[in-house]
Structure formats: structure tokens, C-alpha cells
Design a binder for this molecule. Structure first.
Ligand code: QAP
Ligand code: CO
Length: 171
């Protein structure tokens, strides 16, 4: 297992569209293991492969306090079951230190494959529905800051760029 480096906004690589996984083999499972290690270490509740510069349709989620309820989503798709939107304060490991309200459909049906390449479906609402939609956005090169006003997004961008410059000097 290995901890992977998380790309941070506004890194252009976060805009890459992920490719579907053709075979859920040991190489894919090794990526998933590394993603969980990276996510649990952060700590975070969701991570898309895009965020660790791997452009395959893979997502890891675990909403539990004890980090013992891992969810794997390979080639995920969802449909909206309830068009009504809910506001949730979202954050992102690729946008560290910033949390903002985002509105999304509150109930969805997820279709994906698990760690063993088996297809499954999952009805989700609440935080899980938010997290799934947030992570699937990453696979399409989309970030939660894209839902904010240009003013808010640009403020976040400037602050992170400033931090990244300081980190460069320190290195
Ligand atoms: C996506 O995000 C999410 O800024 C997962 O300093 C977040 O795990 C979906 C994190 C909220 C729904 C609601 C962010 C950790 C973790 C930070 C995360 C930070 C430290 C974010
Ligand atoms: Co994110």
C-alpha cells in the first residue's frame, strides 16, 4: 500500500475526464487500496481517482467514524430519484481549508461495480447522496467550486495559489 499525492485546485489535471475501467483486476484493486490509505490518512470521506492523478473511473467513500465502512464505485453512474434539491456544506481534499454550500438533488440511484467487479445498485440520500454526486463530478473534471459564484471561486483560487507558492519556496 502507498499513500498517494492529492492534486490541489487549480491544478489543470483535476479537469481530466476519467476513462472507464475495462477489467477489475489486481492493478485496479491496488489503486483502490492506495486510495483508501490516502483518504483515511487525510482524513476524508470521499476520494476520486482523478484527485490522485489516476484518470480511471474509480471512487472510494467511507462515511463512518471508525473508517470501517468502505464503499467502492467503479464505472459509476447515477440517476436522480428526487429532483428536489438539498443544500449541504461541501469540502474537498483538493480544495483544502474551504467549505461552501452546494445544492444537489437529494435522492439518487447509483449503479456501479464493487472491489470484485460485481455490478450493484444503491439508493442514496442525505450525506451519501451528496458525496456520491461530488465524487462522480471529479471523474468528469468538475469541482464543487464550479457551483459557486465567480467571486467566491476566484477568492479560493487566489488563496490556494498563494499557499502553493509559499510551499514551493519552502521545498
Ligand atoms: C466530499 O470531501 C464531500 O478542506 C469529500 O481541510 C465533502 O472528504 C462530500 C477535507 C463534504 C460531501 C460533504 C477537506 C479534509 C475532506 C478539507 C472530503 C480539509 C480537510 C474533504
Ligand atoms: Co472532492
Amino acid at each position: 500500500m502507498a499513500k498517494l499525492t492529492i492534486l490541489e485546485y487549480p491544478d489543470p489535471r483535476l479537469r481530466t475526464i476519467a476513462e472507464p475501467v475495462e477489467n477489475v483486476d489486481d492493478e485496479v484493486r491496488s489503486i483502490i487500496d492506495d486510495m483508501f490509505e490516502t483518504m483515511y490518512d487525510a482524513p476524508g470521506i470521499g476520494l476520486a481517482a482523478t484527485q490522485v492523478n489516476i484518470h480511471k473511473q474509480i471512487v472510494t467513500i467511507d462515511l463512518s467514524e471508525e473508517q470501517n465502512e468502505p464503499l467502492v464505485m467503479i464505472n459509476p453512474e447515477f440517476e436522480v430519484l428526487d429532483e428536489e434539491k438539498d443544500k449541504y456544506q461541501e469540502g474537498c481534499l483538493s480544495v483544502p481549508g474551504f467549505f461552501e454550500n452546494v445544492s444537489r438533488p437529494q435522492k439518487i440511484l447509483l449503479k456501479a461495480m464493487n472491489y470484485n467487479g460485481e455490478a450493484y445498485e444503491l439508493e442514496a440520500e442525505g450525506l451519501l447522496a451528496v458525496c456520491i454526486q461530488h465524487e462522480l463530478d471529479h471523474l468528469n473534471g468538475k469541482l464543487f467550486v464550479d457551483y459557486l459564484s465567480m467571486l467566491k471561486r476566484n477568492r479560493i483560487k487566489s488563496k490556494l495559489e498563494k499557499i502553493h507558492k509559499l510551499q514551493e519556496k519552502q521545498a
